[in-house]
Design a protein around this ligand. Structure first.
Ligand SMILES: Nc1ncnc2c1ncn2[C@@H]1O[C@H](COP(=O)(O)OP(=O)(O)OP(=O)(O)O)[C@@H](O)[C@H]1O
Ligand SMILES: [Mg+2]
Length: 257
């Protein structure tokens, strides 16, 4: 199987703290990989390193075989390595449609020709409508983003990410703060995006282990910035070191947020 995303010996220090410690990570084509670990384990920092928000102190990031270490975030996003954020990041006063349209226009940014303006605009509108239908937000397209439920806002963030044509989608705690029903719905939508081949490569940072077990083929466990274990989902869950990190009555359970 082809490797789509890989890091080698990735290190990031904040003063005396090592947030990312020699992380080797690999995502294969067609894989959903959970990235788990307690609060402060370095999960978001890892995303910041691979998406160009932070420059690693050492180590390399490869995307589709290309060394993307130190590239600016917008360039990495346009290559198809696309993320959502731990803290909801949408334009609250814009409509659902406008939120996704802005992201889609950025995606087309370099290719939009002024002489073919209307044609390009139609293409963008069609694409946004398609994404809203896939995510199940068509009925809310003219609502402002602040009016919809938290669950739908999380879906909107996924829609915004899809507008950038992700080859790899990086999700950072997509179910944080959601009710059980909203969580279930989001898991179903993400699962369907994968099954329908809308996006075939997903990394999922998630505290809710049930969500990870539902979606992920493999799991990478971080603790104090280091990879504790990486492998197929069941194997990782049965590993005593993982049980230690997630110590909760002898079985893997969700970490407290
Ligand atoms: N910009 C920063 N400056 C200084 N320290 C930072 C910075 N960003 C993260 N850290 C520290 O790096 C460590 C890893 O943080 P990170 O946010 O990556 O953890 P996380 O695994 O995403 O945690 P959580 O599950 O709470 O989201 C923490 O100790 C955090 O305080
Ligand atoms: Mg985080």
């Amino acid at each position: 199987m082809e490797t789509v995303l890989e890091t080698k010996g990735l290190v990031k220090r904040f003063g005396g703290l090592i947030a990312t410690n020699k992380v080797n990570f690999e995502l294969k084509e067609g894989e959903v990989k959970g990235l788990i670990g307690p609060n402060g384990a370095g999960k978001t920092t890892f995303y910041n390193l691979i998406t160009g928000v932070y420059r690693p102190d050492s180590g390399k990031v490869f995307f589709m075989g290309e060394d993307i270490t130190g590239m600016p975030p917008d360039k990495i996003c346009r290559k198809g390595l696309v993320r959502t954020y731990q803290i909801t990041s949408i334009f609250p006063n814009l409509t659902i449609f406008e939120n996704v349209r802005l992201a889609a226009q950025l995606g087309y940014g370099k290719r939009i020709s002024f002489t073919k303006g209307i044609f390009s605009f139609k293409k963008v509108v069609n694409k946004v409508n398609e994404i809203l239908a896939m995510i199940g937000l068509t009925g809310y397209r003219n609502y402002s983003a602040k009016e919809i439920s938290q669950g739908d806002q999380r879906l909107l963030e996924v829609a915004i990410a899809l507008a950038s044509n992700p080859k790899v989608l990086l999700l950072d705690e997509p179910t944080a703060g959601l009710s059980a029903n909203e969580t279930l719905h989001l898991v179903n939508v993400i699962g369907k995006l994968f099954e329908d081949s809308v996006v075939r490569n997903i990394v999922l940072v998630e505290h809710d282990i049930e969500v990870v077990l539902d979606l992920a083929h493999s799991i990478c466990v971080l603790n104090y910035g280091e990879v504790v274990k990486d492998g197929p989902t069941q194997e990782v869950c049965n590993d005593p070191r993982v049980q230690e990190v997630y110590l909760a009555g002898g079985k893997v359970s969700a970490a407290e947020s």
